[in-house]
Design a protein around this ligand. Structure first.
Ligand SMILES: [Zn+2]
Length: 62
Protein backbone atom coordinates (compact mmCIF):
# COMPACT_ATOMS: atom_id res chain seq x y z
CA UNK A 1 0.00 0.00 0.00
CA UNK A 2 1.35 3.41 -0.96
CA UNK A 3 0.49 7.08 -0.64
CA UNK A 4 -2.60 7.88 -2.74
CA UNK A 5 -1.01 11.08 -4.03
CA UNK A 6 2.68 10.33 -4.63
CA UNK A 7 2.84 6.52 -4.37
CA UNK A 8 5.55 6.52 -1.73
CA UNK A 9 5.56 3.49 0.56
CA UNK A 10 3.69 4.24 3.79
CA UNK A 11 5.01 3.84 7.29
CA UNK A 12 2.91 3.07 10.36
CA UNK A 13 3.08 6.74 11.30
CA UNK A 14 1.96 7.89 7.84
CA UNK A 15 -1.18 5.80 8.24
CA UNK A 16 -1.66 7.12 11.76
CA UNK A 17 -1.19 10.68 10.53
CA UNK A 18 -3.84 10.22 7.82
CA UNK A 19 -6.30 9.04 10.46
CA UNK A 20 -5.38 11.76 12.92
CA UNK A 21 -5.08 14.74 10.60
CA UNK A 22 -7.37 13.90 7.69
CA UNK A 23 -10.07 11.38 8.58
CA UNK A 24 -10.38 8.84 11.36
CA UNK A 25 -12.21 6.39 9.12
CA UNK A 26 -9.84 6.78 6.19
CA UNK A 27 -9.48 3.83 3.85
CA UNK A 28 -6.92 5.47 1.57
CA UNK A 29 -3.79 6.91 3.06
CA UNK A 30 -1.23 9.63 2.44
CA UNK A 31 2.40 10.03 3.40
CA UNK A 32 3.32 12.76 5.87
CA UNK A 33 4.75 14.95 3.12
CA UNK A 34 1.48 14.97 1.19
CA UNK A 35 -0.61 15.46 4.34
CA UNK A 36 1.52 18.44 5.37
CA UNK A 37 1.14 19.94 1.89
CA UNK A 38 -2.60 19.32 1.87
CA UNK A 39 -3.08 20.95 5.27
CA UNK A 40 -0.63 23.71 4.43
CA UNK A 41 1.67 23.08 7.37
CA UNK A 42 5.36 22.28 7.51
CA UNK A 43 6.55 18.71 7.92
CA UNK A 44 8.50 19.87 10.93
CA UNK A 45 5.35 21.17 12.60
CA UNK A 46 3.61 17.91 11.86
CA UNK A 47 6.45 15.90 13.38
CA UNK A 48 6.08 18.02 16.51
CA UNK A 49 2.35 17.32 16.63
CA UNK A 50 2.97 13.60 16.16
CA UNK A 51 5.55 13.60 18.97
CA UNK A 52 3.00 15.35 21.15
CA UNK A 53 0.23 12.85 20.37
CA UNK A 54 2.64 10.02 21.07
CA UNK A 55 3.41 11.53 24.44
CA UNK A 56 -0.31 11.60 25.15
CA UNK A 57 -0.36 7.85 24.55
CA UNK A 58 -1.92 7.95 21.08
CA UNK A 59 -1.66 4.47 19.60
CA UNK A 60 -1.83 5.71 16.00
CA UNK A 61 1.89 6.47 16.17
CA UNK A 62 4.93 4.44 17.09
ZN1 LIG B 1 2.68 11.19 -0.65
Amino acid sequence: MGCTICGRELSFNDIGATKKFINRGATTFFCKKCIAKRLDMSEEFMEQKIAFFKQQGCTLFS
